[in-house]
Design a protein around this ligand. Structure first.
Ligand code: KIV
Length: 263
């Protein structure tokens, strides 16, 4: 049986082996991903692919705890991170209260918080209070409405300097790893080289310490749009539609259930 990752083994992976993170929202898929992935992220992206909303902003803490519980029950040997949803960590007290709720009400190993230097004080408060924190810098999906869209970061000298400052601040605040999203590849590599904790990239090229993908994107299940950085490892939507169409046809022509499916 697979050995569960620990905070220590995740930190030690830096400069040794690329880390594999994938999102999971329920027990069924978590169980399927457990063998191959190092870390399961219960991302608030579930609000889009699972709940059908336009962005992650309206995800709630209750939703995140519900899905984190399902993932933890499905994949007992996985290191599980719960994404803190928008509006649940604006002050250090609020962040602790809500992150402690995640710990109390699920078996999550860590929480993830979007934001860089401006969130450093909050991350430091959480980590010094016994909560393991994964940072998230670069393109921040929870800021999409405030910024007026999803924008790749690291295109100007000013942005690069800001990102390097963010990464250092998140590291110094005690995060055990960080996600870097939607950042020019050469800048993401520079970020990874500038900190001692693993940098997990998404849309950030191949020079970082690991990768994360949203499972419904990489399995080809989410059909609304496919970002450039996503590789589809199967055509899930097509396969599922084809299977359901065959089932429907067999019900209609009364060839299912056959004798072998009948008591
Ligand atoms: O919510 C999510 O799935 C995420 C990933 C994009 C890293 O935060």
């Amino acid at each position: 049986m697979k050995k569960k990752r620990t905070l220590g083994s995740i930190k030690n992976a830096k400069n040794r082996e690329p880390l594999v993170m994938i999102t999971a929202y329920d027990a069924l898929f978590a169980r399927l991903f457990e063998e191959s992935a190092d870390i399961l992220l219960v991302g608030d992206s579930l609000n889009m692919s699972f709940a059908g909303r336009q962005d992650t902003v309206s995800a709630t803490l209750e939703q995140m705890i519900y899905h984190t519980n399902a993932v933890c029950h499905g994949a007992k040997q996985s290191f599980v991170i719960c994404d803190m949803p928008f509006g649940t960590y604006e002050t250090k007290e609020k962040a602790f209260e809500n992150a402690a709720r995640v710990y109390r009400e699920s078996r999550a190993d860590a929480v993830k918080i979007e934001g860089g230097a401006e969130k450093a004080e909050i991350i430091a408060y959480l980590t010094s209070s016994g909560i393991a924190v994964c940072g998230h810098i670069g393109l921040l999906p929870q800021a999409v409405r405030g910024e007026g869209g999803y924008k790749v970061k690291g295109k100007t000298q000013e942005e690069v300097a800001g990102l390097l400052k963010d990464a250092k601040a998140v590291e110094e605040a005690g995060a055990f790893c960080m996600v870097v999203e939607g950042v020019k590849a050469e800048v993401a590599s520079e970020i990874a080289a500038s900190v001692s904790i693993p940098v997990i990239g998404i849309g950030a090229g191949n020079g970082v310490d690991g990768q994360v993908l949203v499972f419904s994107d990489m399995l080809g299940l989410f059909e609304e749009f496919t970002p450039k950085f996503v590789k589809q490892y199967m055509s899930g939507a097509e396969m599922i539609k084809e299977a359901v169409a065959r089932y429907a046809a067999e019900v209609r022509e009364r060839t299912f259930p056959a004798r072998e499916h009948t008591y």
